[in-house]
Ligand binder design. Structure first.
Ligand SMILES: [Zn+2]
Length: 58
């Protein structure tokens, strides 16, 4: 049911919430579960990946 997807995003300095590159807002208490799941082989969010790549290349 709960499918883990790895998002990329930025953690807010004020409240710890994470805003992902695909526009999701992840509360601080759940951010850890989506923040570094790459080690466990979870799917990556395609939207976050494409935004991340386009952001790296200028
Ligand atoms: Zn995403």
């Amino acid at each position: 049911m709960a499918q883990q997807v790895m998002h990329r995003g930025k953690r807010s300095w004020w409240n710890g919430d994470v805003t992902t590159l695909c526009g999701l807002l992840i509360p601080d208490d759940r951010a850890a579960s989506v923040w570094f799941p790459s080690l466990s082989g979870n799917k990556r969010c395609p939207t976050c990946e494409s935004v991340h790549r386009s952001g790296q290349r200028r």
